[in-house]
Structure formats: structure tokens, C-alpha cells
Design a protein around this ligand. Structure first.
Ligand code: GTP
Ligand code: IMP
Ligand code: MG
Length: 339
């Protein structure tokens, strides 16, 4: 069962990109598959350089020889994909676009901008994802196979599902990277303040075309505190002042909007439910350096400050899943691997 899934526990921006990048460096998977859509920006810092990826898997930043793929259930924009392939300097053979990956165009973005419900009430990222999903449900969305000539100038259009099956059937490790977080799931989140798809482990499998029996690990990524961009409930929400005082101020990767913040302790019910629904086998806790500055850059559990170790052990007892990864800085390798 060589498949590992990376999913978010909260309202997105937990640092799935960073943890996926660390794990790709660590495990050198045969395929790295990105699910979801370009509303999700994954930030990876590696060797002092920052990358923001919206279409390609984050592991390609730390594992440049890897093969990246987009899932049949993913929605991408050709422009965004092309830019990322160029930024990472990847060869055409390394970038596989499933022939059924959906294509978002300017027209989808325009339709979202004009939609008051999405723009004003939901606080959508307005990247065209919801409208492309509407078109897919209506069976009029164009897929990668319809843009084959254009895409094949810089990537390879392929049957990613079959390729992944071949790899899995010969016990090669495959990483599947999810987007957003449990609280933003169309089915399980704080509807209607959610994104336009389910983002749980089962949804990732469905998007790629894998079976639950293929899965070895579900790595659920949570931050040491909770943030949310856009509208919707947030338990224990701090005022902007309080968030600033505690150093919890962040801005969205795609939209640049200020992220609302709350303590994780007030949101353990959300975390527990995310664990149950996703079937999390391992937890990753990022931004521990923000709560405990002495943890900054630490890569061994024994080097973490005592307060951080106590806080993490208490959290582990509260939720009953081992904390296997601890994020101690934005750099992909600023990570403690504890199990
Ligand atoms: P979405 O799919 O959009 O939800 O993205 P994501 O989960 O990949 O998270 P995103 O990259 O949008 O946001 C996480 C932010 O935290 C980025 O700016 C990362 O560089 C940063 N980050 C991730 N892990 C750590 C960490 O352990 N410490 C610090 N200080 N920053 C981190
Ligand atoms: P949409 O999916 O772009 O329509 O946005 C719907 C809601 O999900 C809004 O509250 C967005 O801010 C939020 N959202 C969508 N994608 C992300 C993400 O990648 N990170 C964080 N929030 C997101
Ligand atoms: Mg993000």
C-alpha cells in the first residue's frame, strides 16, 4: 500500500505544501499527484527561495527529479501550469497532465467576479474554480485532452490514473497532495462558507482514481493555531489586535487577504472530526515556531524547547493520533520527523 495522502485539517493554509515538500525530499516518491484546483496556493521555501504553487505538486520543489501529475478530478489553468513548469525548470516528460483534468479559462474567472453571492457573501478567491466546477457538472467543461496541442508544448497529456496504478501495483511510493482543509469541504465544512469540492482523503482518492486499499498513510496537516480567509464561522476568533500581539498575522497566498486567526485549543472538535473523517494515521503540526520561537529551525524532537514538547504531547493525548511531523519554520527542511 504505497500511497500517502496529504490533507488539511482546518480551513486551509495549514502548510500542506511545506509538509508534502519535506516528505518528497525524504521519500523520493515515484509520482507526486496534485488534486484540487488553482484557488489553493501552496507555499514552499527551499534553499532560501520561495515558490507558490497552484497547479503542480509541492514536492517538485524539493525533489526536482520527480514526476509530477495533475489528477483527473483537478481543475487547472493552462497559464498557471505553464508558469510553474517554467519557474521550476521542469522537463516536458516530468509534468503529466491527466487527459481529463478540467481547464479553467478567463471566462470562468469573469463569471465569478460578477457573482455577488460568491464575491460578497462567501468571500471566494474568484479564481474561476467554482464556475468551472459548475460547467463540469453541466458536462460542458473542456478538459486537458481538448487543449492537447497547447499543453504539449511544455507538458505531457497522459492517462495519469493508469500510470499511477502501474506504479502502485509495483509497490512504488506515490504522494497525493490535497488542498484547503476539512472546514472548507463542500460536504463536511461550514456550508455555505466552503469551497466547491470535498477535500477529504476519500475525495483525493476519487479525484485520482485510487482505491482506499491503496493507502498506507493519511497525513493530516494542522497548524499550531487556526486561520481562515473569507467568510464563515471561526471559533475563538481573535481580534486583529490580539492576533498581532500573538504574532499570528498572515496573508492569503492567492488573494493576499488578511487571514482571520484563532487558537487551536478552541477548535479541537474540528480537528477530531477531521481526524475521524479522513482516517488520519499521522498528524503534522506546522508553525510550532510561531507559538514557541525557540523551536525555530529545529529538526530533532530532542532539540525542541520543553514547552513545545509538552504542548505537542498534550495535543497528541487530546486527539489520539501520533504527531509525526512538526513544522519549525517556512523552509521545507525546517521540520522534525518524529515517527
Ligand atoms: P492551501 O491548499 O491553500 O490550504 O495551502 P497550504 O496548506 O499548502 O498552506 P499555504 O502554503 O497557503 O500557507 C502556509 C504558510 O505557512 C506559508 O506561508 C508557509 O511558508 C508557512 N509555513 C508552513 N509551515 C510553516 C512552519 O512550520 N513555520 C512557519 N513559520 N511557517 C510555515
Ligand atoms: P472559492 O473556493 O475560491 O470559491 O472560495 C470559497 C471559500 O474557500 C472562501 O472562503 C475562500 O477564502 C476559501 N478558500 C478557497 N481556497 C482556499 C485555500 O486554498 N486556502 C484557504 N482558503 C481557501
Ligand atoms: Mg494556501
Amino acid at each position: 500500500m504505497p500511497v500517502r495522502l496529504f490533507v488539511g485539517a482546518l480551513f486551509g493554509d495549514e502548510g500542506k505544501g511545506k509538509i508534502a515538500a519535506f516528505s518528497a525530499f525524504d521519500e523520493k516518491p515515484f509520482y507526486l499527484v496534485r488534486t484540487g484546483a488553482i484557488n489553493a496556493g501552496h507555499t514552499v521555501v527551499h534553499m532560501g527561495k520561495e515558490y507558490k504553487l497552484r497547479a503542480l505538486p509541492s514536492g517538485l520543489v524539493t525533489f526536482r527529479e520527480g514526476k509530477g501529475a495533475t489528477a483527473p478530478g483537478a481543475l487547472i489553468s493552462i497559464e498557471v501550469l505553464k508558469r510553474e513548469v517554467q519557474t521550476l525548470g521542469l522537463s516536458k516528460e516530468q509534468v503529466l497532465v491527466d487527459e481529463r483534468t478540467g481547464i479553467i479559462t478567463e471566462e470562468h474567472v469573469e463569471r465569478e467576479r460578477q457573482d455577488q453571492h460568491l464575491a460578497k457573501k462567501i468571500g471566494s478567491t474568484l479564481t474561476g474554480v467554482g464556475m468551472a466546477m459548475v460547467d463540469r457538472v453541466m458536462r460542458r467543461l473542456k478538459l486537458a485532452r481538448d487543449y492537447k496541442d497547447e499543453i504539449e508544448r511544455f507538458a505531457t497529456v497522459a492517462d495519469v490514473t493508469s500510470l499511477v496504478h502501474e506504479a502502485v501495483d509495483s509497490y512504488k511510493v506515490v504522494h497525493v497532495e490535497g488542498t484547503q482543509g476539512f472546514g472548507l469541504s463542500l460536504f463536511h465544512g461550514t456550508y455555505p462558507y466552503v469551497t466547491s469540492r470535498d477535500v477529504t482523503a476519500s475525495a483525493l482518492l476519487s479525484e485520482v482514481g485510487l482505491s482506499p486499499f491503496d493507502v498506507e498513510d493519511v497525513i493530516l496537516v494542522t497548524k499550531a493555531f487556526v486561520t481562515r480567509v473569507g467568510a464563515g464561522p471561526l471559533k475563538g476568533e481573535l481580534s486583529e489586535e490580539e492576533a498581532k500581539e500573538r504574532g499570528l498575522v498572515e496573508y492569503g497566498t492567492v488573494t493576499g487577504r488578511l487571514r482571520r486567526a484563532a487558537p487551536l485549543e478552541e477548535n479541537l472538535d474540528l480537528l477530531r472530526r477531521a481526524i475521524r473523517v479522513n482516517g488520519a494515521t499521522k498528524l503534522a503540526v506546522t508553525k510550532v515556531d510561531v507559538l514557541f520561537p525557540k523551536a525555530k529551525g529545529v529538526t530533532r524532537w530532542s532539540d525542541l524547547p520543553t514547552e513545545a514538547k509538552v504542548w505537542l504531547s498534550d495535543l497528541e493525548k487530546e486527539v489520539g493520533v501520533p504527531i509525526c511531523y512538526v513544522g519549525t519554520g517556512p523552509e521545507a527542511l525546517e521540520t522534525v520527523k518524529a515517527c
